[in-house]
Structures are given as structure tokens and as C-alpha cells.
Design a binder for this molecule. Structure first.
Ligand code: ELE
Length: 221
């Protein structure tokens, strides 16, 4: 890495460390309707979760993220399902504080390594992790966490890669959240269990606040 890229990587790491202090549980949010965005974000913040991931999976996603950024100042909005350099630009243009991907491509890693915005690439294997580390990304998503071998797989990766920090997602729920968070190299966990599509469709904001509160309690347990 050149000196310029190293300085950018350090600055992103510092910003990310600051953001993760508001974690460590990140609800993964998929919104079908823009009008659900603000009440959902308020329900999550009321339950104690400020760090959010809005996935770019629906046509409503960008407007939904923009509405939360505008109207819910206590929410810290990250954009998920960033698959291309263009998605990363979109996340930045929206004013998101960070971006995440379920994986990574050489193009995406290259673009993200030249950007100021904190970015968390996804990895599921040692080779993918090596690629992320080589581009200056020490904090990675482990996705799909449970299907890729779960906690034993993450413990195995910790051996050769002590510098890596993980945000597992995919298959995490209320029952196993505490086990994942107990791992020393896990800095945050994420998942859709806190705000499943069925609750969002039903506008069950009270239920979502209760799930967020239980997630916060699992961190303290
Ligand atoms: O879309 C993305 O950007 C992702 O990285 C994937 C999400 O983190 C998982 O799909 C969440 O998994 P579940 O909690 O099992 O629903």
C-alpha cells in the first residue's frame, strides 16, 4: 500500500472504531416502503440500537436511508449490500456514515481503499480475508456466519489472522447473539432478527423496540 492509501486506511479505522462504540448490535434493515423508514429507525433507537444497516436491496432503500439520515439524528446509518463501486458512491452521496458488503470484488476493494468512508467488506474464507487485509481492511463482515461454519470457523480464522476483527452476520438471532459477542475478535454482530420483514410490514414498532431491548440485554448478559 502507498503512504496515501495507508493514511486513508488509518483514518477509516479510527472512524470505524468510533462508530462501533455505538454498537455492538447492528440491525440489518430491508425496507419495502419509504414511509416505514423513520418510525422503524425511531423504534430501534428507542430500544437502544443506534448503529443501523440499511440494505440496498429494494427500490425504496436509498430514499428510506435518506429519510432516516434527515429525520432521526440519533441513528447512525450505514448502507449495506454494497456490491459495486457505484453502490459505494451512492452510499457516500446519501450521507451514510459507513458502508458494508456481504462480500467483495477486486474493483470494490480498490474503490473502497481510495475512499474516506469506512467500509466493511464481507469474507467467508481465509483467501477472501487475505484479499481484504491486503487492501487495508482489518474489520470485515463474516457472512454468511452460521452457514459458513459458525463460531468454530471464526475461531479457526483467528489463528492465522490475529489482526482481523469480525462483524458476523447471517443466521445470528436472539439465542446465539451472546455466544458470538463473547468471541474476543468479534467487534459487532448484525442481523435481521431484530426487525424482520413481517414486523415491518405490520408496522409493529413496539415489538421491534422490545426485540432491540432484548438484543441490548444479550450484550450485557
Ligand atoms: O445484505 C447484506 O449486505 C448482507 O451482508 C447480508 C446480511 O447481513 C444478512 O443477510 C443478514 O442475515 P440474517 O440476519 O440471517 O437475515
Amino acid at each position: 500500500m502507498t503512504q496515501d492509501l495507508s493514511a486513508l486506511a488509518e483514518s477509516r479505522d479510527r472512524q470505524l472504531a468510533d462508530l462501533l462504540r455505538s454498537g455492538p448490535v447492528v440491525p440489518v434493515i430491508t425496507l419495502e416502503r419509504v414511509e416505514d423508514a423513520v418510525p422503524l429507525a425511531r423504534a430501534l433507537v428507542a430500544g437502544g440500537l443506534r448503529l443501523l444497516e440499511i440494505t440496498l436491496r429494494t427500490p425504496a432503500a436509498a430514499d428510506a436511508a435518506a429519510a432516516i439520515i434527515r429525520d432521526v439524528p440519533d441513528a447512525i446509518v450505514g448502507i449495506g449490500t454494497v456490491l459495486t463501486p457505484k453502490d459505494l458512491e451512492r452510499a457516500q452521496a446519501l450521507g451514510a456514515r459507513y458502508a458494508l458488503s456481504p462480500g467483495a470484488t477486486p474493483d470494490l476493494l480498490k474503490a473502497a481503499s481510495r475512499s474516506e468512508m469506512p467500509f466493511i467488506p464481507g469474507i467467508a474464507t481465509a483467501s477472501e480475508l487475505m484479499m481484504a487485509l491486503a487492501h487495508g481492511f482489518q474489520t470485515v463482515k463474516f457472512f454468511p456466519a452460521v452457514a459458513s461454519g459458525g463460531i468454530p470457523a471464526l475461531k479457526a480464522l483467528a489463528g492465522p489472522f490475529p489482526q482481523a476483527r469480525f462483524c458476523p452476520t447471517g443466521g445470528i438471532d436472539e439465542k446465539n447473539a451472546g455466544d458470538w459477542l463473547a468471541l474476543p475478535n468479534v467487534v459487532a454482530i448484525g442481523g435481521s432478527w431484530i426487525c424482520p420483514s413481517s414486523d415491518i410490514r405490520a408496522q409493529a414498532w413496539g415489538e421491534i423496540t422490545a426485540k432491540a431491548q432484548r438484543a441490548v440485554a444479550s450484550v450485557k448478559a
